[in-house]
Design a protein around this ligand. Sequence first.
Ligand code: ASC
Length: 157
Amino acid sequence: MNRVLRSAVFATLLAPALALVAAQASEPANVKELQKARHDHYHELGDSFKVIRDQIKTDKPDLAAIKTAAKVVNDASVNQEKWFPAGSGPEAGKTQAKAEIWSKPAEFKTAMKNFADAAPKLQTAANSGDVAAIKGAFADTGKTCKGCHETFRAEEH
Ligand code: ASC
C-alpha cells in the first residue's frame, strides 16, 4: 500500500474504530474514580428503589415511573458484579465497601446473586403493571439489599 492509500485507510477505517474503543473504555481510570463511580451507582439504585417504595404506598401508583425505576434496579443487579475489582476496598480509600467483600468472595457472590435473582422478578411485575405483584417482588428484592448490607456494607459516615 502506498502512503496516500495507507492514510486514507487509517482515516476511514482505523481512526473511527480506535475512537470507538476509547469511548467504550469508559471504565474509571483509577481506583478512587472507581470507588466514586460505585458509590454513584448505588445512589442511583437507591433512588430508583425509593421511587418504587414511594409509589406503591400511594392510592394510584405511577406505573410508568415504577417501570423505569425497576429497570434501573435490574440493570444494577446485573452490573454490580463488575463494581468490586480487587484492590478497591478500604485499603484504597474511603468506601463503605467492607474488606469482607474480598475475604469472603463466595458469600459475597451469593449475596449478589440473591439480588440478581430477585430484581428481574420485580422488573417483570413492574412491566405487568400488577400492583400486588409489584409489592411482593419489591419486598423480596428489598430483603436481598438488606442481606448484603448487613455483612458487606459499612454505614455512611
Ligand atoms: C431501600 C434501600 C435499601 C433497601 C433495604 C431494604 O430502599 O436503600 O438498602 O431498601 O433497606 O431492606
